[in-house]
Write a protein that binds this ligand. Structure first.
Ligand code: PEP
Length: 253
């Protein structure tokens, strides 16, 4: 099965022209580009191959709109060409106090309206220091809370992509600043897959890894067949570097 590469641009780049340049360079098969929502329309109009994703969405989806200041609805995202949305990113949990309960509401709503969800889960450095068992327990709790009620949406599991993204491994984060070892990432991903089956009999679209992925480590990470792709942050903002990541990933089955 081919690997999936997701570009999380976060609050970058600073101009539309730069966003367009970056999107053109990243437009390839098996890629999802997630720019800030202000650039979605424009990027959608130039993408030929890659899919488009947003970095967040609101849980209410009144059509044509509603009194939710600052929020963007699922329908609005879909109209601007987005097929995917990232939910549960650790930066939103940290800076915007997003809880598993909030993420769960967004996830159920997005799936119900057939938006593909890229759900991020992963432990912080304090838990990592306690060892693998603590990390597994932490991830399990996040997963079960974020997926509460998924039983009623089982047919939508094909639209769910899970990302194991340990907070301490994110390059801009508050941890080690380096990627997880491929062995550990693979072990955690196997654990997540096992949980999905035993708890929900759920077979999701993909389970991928995120955290300091670069052209230098992507091959070693994706060579593990259970790691079905990568969520890439800072390296996705450098056109040449991201192209290398896409190329390497396309050569691994
Ligand atoms: C991220 O924050 O989603 C991420 C993967 O960032 P980076 O690749 O920079 O660690």
């Amino acid at each position: 099965m081919s690997k999936l590469i997701i570009a999380n641009w976060k609050m970058n780049p600073s101009s539309e022209s730069e966003a367009i340049r970056l999107a053109k360079a990243s437009d390839a098969k098996g890629v999802v580009i997630c720019p800030p929502s202000i650039f979605l329309n424009q990027i959608h109009s130039i993408l030929k191959i890659a899919d488009l994703g947003a970095q967040d969405v609101f849980w209410e989806n009144p059509i044509p709109g509603g009194a939710f200041t600052g929020e963007v609805s699922i329908s609005m995202l879909k109209k601007s060409g987005a097929s995917h949305v990232i939910l549960g990113h650790s930066e939103r949990r940290r800076y915007l106090n997003e809880t598993d309960e909030i993420i769960n509401k967004k996830l159920l709503s997005a799936l119900a309206f057939e938006l593909k969800v890229i759900l991020c889960i992963g432990e912080p450095i304090s838990i990592k220091k306690e060892g693998i068992l603590a990390a597994k327990n932490f991830v399990k709790k996040q997963l079960l809370k974020s997926l509460a009620g998924i039983e009623n949406l089982k047919t939508q599991a094909k639209n769910l992509i899970l990302t194991y993204e340990p907070v301490w491994a994110i390059s801009a984060g508050l941890g080690t600043g380096h990627a997880d070892t491929p062995e550990n990432a693979a072990a955690m991903i196997n654990y997540i897959k096992e949980l999905l089956v035993t708890r929900y009999s759920l077979s999701v679209n993909k389970v991928i890894y995120g955290g300091s992925v670069t052209s230098a480590n992507v091959a070693r990470i994706l060579e593990y067949k259970e790691i079905e792709g990568a969520l890439v942050g800072s390296a996705s903002l450098k056109a040449e570097e991201f192209k290398k990541i896409i190329k390497i990933s396309s050569q691994i089955q």
